[in-house]
Design a protein around this ligand. Sequence first.
Ligand code: SAH
Ligand code: SF4
Ligand code: F3S
Length: 438
Amino acid sequence: MAKRLFVKTYGCQMNVYDSARMADVLAPLGYASADGPEDADMVILNTCHIREKAAEKVFSELGRLKKLQAAKAQAGGRMVLAVAGCVAQAEGEEILRRAPFVDIVLGPQTYHRLPEMVAQAARAGGAVLDTEFPAEPKFDFLPEARAEGSSAFLSVQEGCDKFCTFCVVPYTRGAEYSRPASAVLAEARALAAQGVREITLLGQNVNGWRSDDGWSLGRLLRALAEVEGLERLRYTTSHPRDMDDDLIAAHADLPQLMPFLHLPLQSGSDRILAAMNRGHDRDVYLRLAERLKTARPDLALSSDFITGFPGETDADFAETLDIVRRVGFVQTYSFKYSPRPGTPAALMPNQVPEKVKEERLAELQALLLAQTEDFNRACVGREMRVLLDRPGRHAGQLVGRSPYMQPVHVKAAAHLIGSVVNLRITALHPNSLEAVPT
Ligand code: SAH
Ligand code: SF4
Ligand code: F3S
């Protein structure tokens, strides 16, 4: 009998990719996807540990699932409950202590072993914990990726050796690892053959990707641009320290490479950047932004910021506002600093009061929102290539993404789903752009 799997994903795009691959791994065991946890025989929470709030969500979700699991058992059935991802990696034992009804706890580097874990959980009845960092990369054991729709993620790099003082990722994902170019190209070809038109390369430090024979990400992008059927390429998340000349040149040379780059800055203050161990100062970032825009004049930047890092003064924060005004960002994510157990910054003196963090975040977000709105407004009247990827809410309408990831809706025939079309933007809505064919 067909079994049903429900995966709930928290956190970053790497987790979105991992969730899809966990479903791929379990498909041969007869698991098809469920619409919700209610009709699932197995539920996986793929979790995020980046900020306290993210990690807390897992335990409240587990509380809800416990009831479903009990109801199912009472009706003579069974719901296997697994916790995967970065909270599992960081707090594996703690999860089993606080939530003993969980069957499987697995880290981000062991999900290729899921079939064994499921079998083991069925046999033993006790919980299975696997948060190892195995010597063998999981990628070597995964089945071919199944595409859903015309845009796909492709993980090329994992882990992080940068150790920014605020961040849990080096501990939850392990050391930097790059997949071989041949494996990346094979996966890209397989996705393109299934109708994928756009690939976003993923990695915690995606531009730190290196092949054994010395290729850097720019070279890989050039090879991907040759793959038949692929019309658009993106990559995320990049570190300013790893933006090399060849990668910048790729932005000038490859029309497939979208003119939109997520390049987190975190702070505009040299003092804070140093305390964060980011490995670059504000000048490096300003120069990078300039070089990227010279290479590709229509390029727009997106970024991440943290307010209230330990020791951040009003003067430091003013530097952040200043650099935001100078660079101009079209899309951003910004957060209050959240002390994470086991990271150096959590132990630093001069922790900033919550209220100050919040006030600074509100001021920064107002500025960033104004920049996003200005950019979106300036798009009205422009022509853009849009990848139409799904039906819209109204009949006869399709929705797609602009080069800048803005949702765009247009009246168009359904057979155009999966194509990149030329559109003229005619109006700005609160969460999308409206367009007509040109
Ligand atoms: N590798 C990426 C970021 C990954 S984490 C980079 O180097 O930029 C995603 C974002 O979460 C970070 O850019 C940062 O802005 C935010 N973040 C990470 N740890 C945080 C913390 N302890 N408190 C608040 N925000 C944090
Ligand atoms: Fe975290 Fe820094 Fe690594 Fe990004 S580069 S994942 S912020 S430690
Ligand atoms: Fe979160 Fe882990 Fe991604 S901590 S942001 S899910 S790498």
